[in-house]
Every structure is written in structure tokens, then in C-alpha cells.
Design a protein around this ligand. Structure first.
Ligand SMILES: Nc1nc2c(ncn2[C@@H]2O[C@H](COP(=O)(O)OP(=O)(O)OP(=O)(O)O)[C@@H](O)[C@H]2O)c(=O)[nH]1
Ligand SMILES: [Mg+2]
Ligand SMILES: [Zn+2]
Length: 312
């Protein structure tokens, strides 16, 4: 019996790497159910698995998936109750945002952050493509970094193309397992290439002409850097459904809103319309940002059917 970490999954094949750095293509023996959640993929990148070699062709059969320390998921389709596990056993998530080509909205950032808060995965926000920012984007960069840093999120401005701050990002990742997320075209694969010359991950060659990404990366895959970091490249995501949480607890995952909410008059205040709400007062007094509060309200207003309740 061997044990290894799943570094790639494509359909029914899972690529597993052992501590000795041997790599095997494995299939799963039978059916697995993890934590009772209905997932489209029973095994995800980052999972530790037990397997044995069955064939002369050196393929493996996975017989056990170790308990996950944590994982991040997305809805597999908009209305389906199924979820897709993007990655498991993550130390930190790196959200790549760009203020130009394409522009990442604060709504997308906030949705990502609350999901990560719910899974208790710390996040660093990387603002990429700073080499093409003009005066306007640079002013916005300062403001947006100040906003998210003041809430407590680590933020770094980078350029995967010029290498600006790439060494700093790589240094932070040493000996950790990290996942890189963000819209298509923001430079996830370019950044990993910059941290690991010679890897030659496929990147979109022409998207600088277009604003939208073209989904160049199609499978989630883990790469090992020369400083012991395990970096997971993911396909671009369009949206981020709010999953695994009750409506009444959404504000718990906005750290600055949660902090102030202790002073609301009503213990069950939702901070939407109640009198003597400390959160609304803080927004008026600019102690909580308008954009964060507006995004909170939009998420609260969403159709209930679009969300699901804690499935386990
Ligand atoms: N100017 C500039 N362009 C960049 C930077 N980083 C990436 N790009 C360009 O952005 C385009 C998309 O980069 P990718 O690395 O393929 O983006 P991705 O996030 O991996 O996209 P998907 O795989 O589709 O999710 C490419 O044309 C890159 O050259 C940067 O820092 N500055
Ligand atoms: Mg990519
Ligand atoms: Zn309130």
C-alpha cells in the first residue's frame, strides 16, 4: 500500500505523487461519500489517498481518502445541488484580482472572502498586472489595498510579467500548500510560471488584446516549487456561489461587520433595516466601507433558491 497526494484529476483518472516523488495514475475503487456532501468529484487535488499498484502498467487503485483538514468548493452548475471540490488541505488561498484587463469587481472579491472565512482559510489578495496600470488604476489600487488591509487581509501588488513582488509572494508560500484563484485571464498560470521558471504552464497568448479571459487552464493541478511550496493552479471562475451558510450568519464572515454588530440593539439584528443598528451607523460614519456593506446587502437579497443550506 502506498500513500500520496493527488496533484491532478481528469475525469476518472487521478494523478498521485508520493513522498518519494513517484507519480502514479490512479482510479478509485468503488464509490466514496465524504462528509455526506453530494460532490461531482469524490477526490480533489490536495487529497491524501492510500492506493495500491494493480497492473503491470503501474496504474493504481485508490482505496482510501484521508480526512480533509479543509477544502474549498463551488457549485457545479448554477441550480444544481451538487458541489465541486476545487482543492483540499489548503494553508492559504491567493485570490488574484486585476484592476484592468479584466477588472475584478469588489463583489467577486467579497464573495470569495466570505467563502474563505467560512472555511477558515486565510486569504492573500494579489493585485496583478500593475505594469499596465495608469494613474486612475494606481489611485484605485491604493484605495482598495487600504480597504482590504484595514479589514485584516494580506494584500500584495504584483506583476507576473515584470516580476515585481513575485519573489515576495513566492517567499510567503514556502513549505505551504496554497491555491491560486481568480477570474480567467488575471494571470494565475503566468504567476506560477514566474515563480517556477521552466514549468511552462500554458497561458493565454493573446488575451491582452481582449478584456475577457479564455479559460486557458482547464484542470486544477498542483505544482511543487523549489522552496517546498505546493501551488495549485485552477481554471478561472466566473462567480462564487455562497454555499454552506445560513443567511442569518452571512455577516459573521465580514470580519469588520461582525465586530461592530455586537453593539446592535437587537441580538438578532440583520443590519438591513433594524433601528439602532450599530453596523448601519458605522457605515454612515465611514468606519465600515460602503462597498463592503452594499455587497453584503446584495448577498442578503439573493433569491433563497439560489443558495443552499448546510448539507452536513
Ligand atoms: N501586462 C500583464 N499581463 C499579464 C500579467 N500577468 C498575466 N498577464 C497576461 O494575461 C493573460 C492571461 O494570463 P494567464 O496566466 O493565462 O491567466 P489565467 O488566470 O491563468 O487564466 P485561465 O487559465 O484562463 O483561468 C496572458 O496574456 C498573460 O500574458 C501581468 O502581470 N501584466
Ligand atoms: Mg491559467
Ligand atoms: Zn445591526
Amino acid at each position: 500500500m502506498k500513500t500520496g497526494i493527488v496533484i491532478k484529476t481528469t475525469g476518472s483518472w487521478h494523478t498521485v505523487k508520493t513522498a518519494e516523488k513517484e507519480v502514479f495514475d490512479c482510479k478509485i475503487k468503488g464509490r466514496f461519500r465524504i462528509n455526506g456532501i453530494v460532490t461531482t468529484n469524490p477526490v480533489a487535488v490536495g487529497d491524501y489517498v492510500d492506493f495500491k499498484i494493480v497492473d503491470e502498467d503501474q496504474t493504481g487503485l485508490i482505496s482510501k481518502i484521508h480526512d480533509r483538514r479543509n477544502y474549498i468548493i463551488r457549485k457545479s452548475t448554477k441550480l444544481s445541488k451538487q458541489v465541486h471540490v476545487i482543492a483540499a488541505n489548503i494553508d492559504r488561498a491567493y485570490l488574484i484580482a486585476t484592476l484592468a484587463k479584466p477588472e475584478t469587481s469588489t463583489m467577486f472579491i467579497d464573495r470569495y472572502l466570505i467563502s474563505a472565512e467560512a472555511y477558515r482559510i486565510p486569504v492573500t489578495i494579489l493585485f496583478n498586472k500593475t505594469d499596465i496600470y495608469g494613474e486612475f488604476e494606481n489611485e484605485y489600487l491604493k484605495a482598495i489595498m487600504h480597504l482590504y488591509q484595514s479589514i485584516g487581509y494580506n494584500c500584495i501588488d504584483v506583476s507576473a510579467v515584470t516580476g515585481y513582488n513575485v519573489g515576495k509572494v513566492k517567499g510567503q508560500m514556502a513549505n505551504k500548500t496554497v491555491v491560486i484563484s481568480g477570474h480567467s485571464g488575471v494571470g494565475k498560470s503566468t504567476l506560477i510560471n514566474a515563480m517556477h521558471p521552466g514549468l511552462n504552464l500554458k497561458i493565454d497568448s493573446v488575451s491582452s488584446l481582449h478584456k475577457k479571459g479564455k479559460h486557458t487552464t482547464t484542470f486544477t493541478e498542483m505544482f511543487e516549487l523549489d522552496n517546498g511550496a505546493f501551488v495549485i493552479d485552477t481554471p478561472g471562475i466566473k462567480g462564487f456561489g455562497i454555499i454552506d451558510m445560513y443567511k442569518e450568519e452571512i455577516f459573521h464572515f465580514f470580519p469588520e461587520i461582525f465586530k461592530v454588530s455586537k453593539d446592535c440593539k437587537y441580538y438578532n439584528c440583520t443590519h438591513v433595516h433594524e433601528p439602532e443598528c450599530a453596523v448601519m451607523k458605522a457605515v454612515e460614519e465611514h468606519r465600515i466601507s460602503q462597498s463592503r456593506y452594499q455587497n453584503y446587502l446584495s448577498i442578503m437579497e439573493e433569491d433563497e433558491n439560489e443558495k443552499y443550506r448546510k448539507p452536513f
